[in-house]
Design a protein around this ligand. Structure first.
Ligand SMILES: [Zn+2]
Length: 150
């Protein structure tokens, strides 16, 4: 699968789910940082999160609720495919490794359906096989382990 095909597949898989989200479902914590994230991401149509917003919140994925992650994550995948050398890409990969010691690494992905999880695996395999992501090789190998890709 080339990049364009993968982008199309990501969009079509997540479009099918027709997820909706309420403003009060975006974050579960209410510090200044989380509240800012909520104010920036609320009222975003599904799959319409804009690049400048993603860039401004390159490290915000762990702050999202599982529902909000399912809603906003596809745009981070697309952005990472279009901007391989970005901080967004680096932190998107980190999100796939999981950073929480307390929870299972994939617990934030608990609401994703089977097809959505499969297309995330396609994304990981694409990164693994693509030379332009070579600098993230160690992190990508960790995601392969977390996601049990063989
Ligand atoms: Zn917070």
């Amino acid at each position: 699968m080339n990049r364009q095909e993968l982008q199309k597949k990501i969009i079509s898989v997540f479009e099918k789910s027709r997820i909706q989200i309420h403003d009060n479902e975006i974050i579960s914590h209410h510090c200044e940082e989380c509240n800012l994230l909520k104010s920036h991401f609320k009222n975003t149509e599904h799959l319409q999160l804009q690049g400048d917003m993603i860039k401004a919140h390159f490290d915000s994925l762990p702050l999202l609720t599982p529902k909000a992650l399912r809603y906003f994550f596809p745009n981070y995948l697309i952005y990472s495919l279009e901007n391989p050398d970005s901080l967004v890409c680096e932190f998107t990969i980190c999100q796939l490794i999981g950073s929480s010691v307390r929870d299972s690494p994939l617990s934030q992905f608990q609401l994703f359906n089977h097809e959505e999880l499969e297309v995330i695996k396609d994304f990981i395999v694409y990164l693994k096989n693509s030379e332009i992501y070579a600098e993230f090789q160690n992190e990508i190998d960790q995601t392969i382990e977390t996601w049990e890709i063989h």
